[in-house]
Ligand binder design. Structure first.
Ligand code: NAD
Length: 255
C-alpha cells in the first residue's frame, strides 16, 4: 500500500512508539488519527502536525469510543485503511509472594487494555476497511499490532503483560486469515526495549543497563526505528499473518 494514500488510526498515538508512527505517516503525506486517553498530549500533537493529524479521545477497551473515533476519522479524512495498535500498559507484579497472590483485577486490566483493546480496534477498523475500494494490488487495509518480546521471554513479574502480548501474537494469523478475502493484512511487531515514556520511570542507570543488555546495537531502540518498521509493513504487501521481532537480538533473562 502507498504511504501517501494512508489514513491511519493509531492507538496510543499521543506517546512513545505510537507518536513516532503518527509523525512518520504524516511526514510521508499520509493522515493519522491519534486515538488515546492522554488529552493534553494528543491535542498538542494534533496542533503541531497541522491538518495531517486529528486527536480523537478513545479508550481502546470501549466499543462506543472506538466506533466514534473511527467515524470521526472517516468524516475528516474520507476513509480508514490502516490501524496501528500501540496503546498498552505494563505493571509488573509477581504471581505470588510473601504478601499473597497477585491482584487478579490488575491481571484482568492488563489483558483488557493490551489484548482485548487490540482486538476491539482491529475488528471495528476492519469492518470499515471492508467497504474501501481496493487499490491496484487488491488491498483494502493493513492492521499492525504491537506485541513485545515479553510474549516469548517474559521476565519475573510479567505474567500478565507477557500473556497479553502472547495473545496479540496468537491472534495475528487467524485475523490475517479472516480478512484475507477482503484484501486486509494483519502483522504484529514485537519490540525489544525502546526508549519511550513507558521507560521513563526507570533511573538513568537502569536505562543504561537495559540498553547494554542488547547484543547489537548496544542501546535501546529509538521510536523512529519502530515507526520505520510500521512504514515498511504498510508498503510491503507480502508481509501478512506474521510477528516480526525488532530487538537487536535481545533475548530477555528472567530479570
Ligand atoms: N517501550 C518499549 O520498550 C516497549 C517494548 C515492547 C513493547 N512495547 C509496547 O509498545 C506499545 C507502546 O508503548 P510505549 O513505550 O510507546 O508506551 P507509552 O506509555 O509511551 O505510550 C502508550 C500510550 O498508550 C495510551 N493508552 C494507555 N491505555 C490506553 C487505553 N486504554 N486506550 C487508549 N490509549 C491508551 C497512553 O495514554 C499512552 O499515550 C505498548 O503496547 C507497549 O506494551 C513497548
Amino acid at each position: 500500500m502507498r504511504i501517501d494514500g494512508v489514513v491511519a488510526v493509531v492507538t496510543g498515538g499521543a506517546s512513545g512508539l505510537g507518536e513516532a508512527v503518527v509523525r512518520e505517516i504524516t511526514n510521508r503525506g499520509g493522515r493519522a488519527a491519534i486515538l488515546d486517553i492522554a488529552d493534553e498530549a494528543g491535542a498538542r500533537l494534533e496542533a503541531e502536525l497541522g491538518g495531517g493529524a486529528v486527536y480523537c479521545r478513545a479508550d481502546v477497551t470501549s466499543e462506543a469510543e472506538v466506533t466514534r473515533a473511527i467515524e470521526l476519522t472517516i468524516a475528516k479524512f474520507g476513509k480508514v485503511n490502516v490501524a496501528v495498535n500501540s496503546a498498552g500498559i505494563s505493571s509488573p507484579s509477581r504471581t505470588a509472594g510473601k504478601k499473597g497472590p497477585m491482584d487478579l483485577a490488575l491481571f484482568e486490566r492488563i489483558i483488557r487494555v493490551n489484548l482485548i483493546g487490540t482486538f476491539n480496534v482491529t475488528r471495528l477498523a476492519a469492518a470499515k476497511m471492508i467497504g474501501n475500494d481496493a487499490d491496484a494490488g487488491g488491498e483494502r487495509g493493513v492492521i499492525i499490532n504491537t506485541a513485545s518480546i515479553a510474549a516469548f521471554d517474559g521476565q519475573i513479574g510479567q505474567a500478565a503483560y507477557a500473556a497479553s502480548k502472547a495473545g496479540v501474537v496468537g491472534l495475528t494469523l487467524p485475523v490475517a486469515r479472516d480478512l484475507a478475502d477482503s484484501g486486509i493484512r494483519a502483522v504484529t511487531i514485537a519490540p525489544g526495549i525502546f526508549d519511550t515514556p513507558m521507560m521513563a520511570s526507570f533511573s538513568d542507570e537502569v536505562r543504561a543497563s537495559l540498553g547494554n543488555s542488547v547484543p547489537f546495537p548496544r542501546r535501546m531502540g529509538r521510536p523512529g526505528e519502530f515507526a520505520a518498521m510500521v512504514i515498511h509493513v504498510i508498503e510491503n504487501s507480502m508481509l501478512n499473518g506474521e510477528t516480526i521481532r525488532l530487538d537487536g537480538a535481545l533475548r530477555m533473562a528472567p530479570k
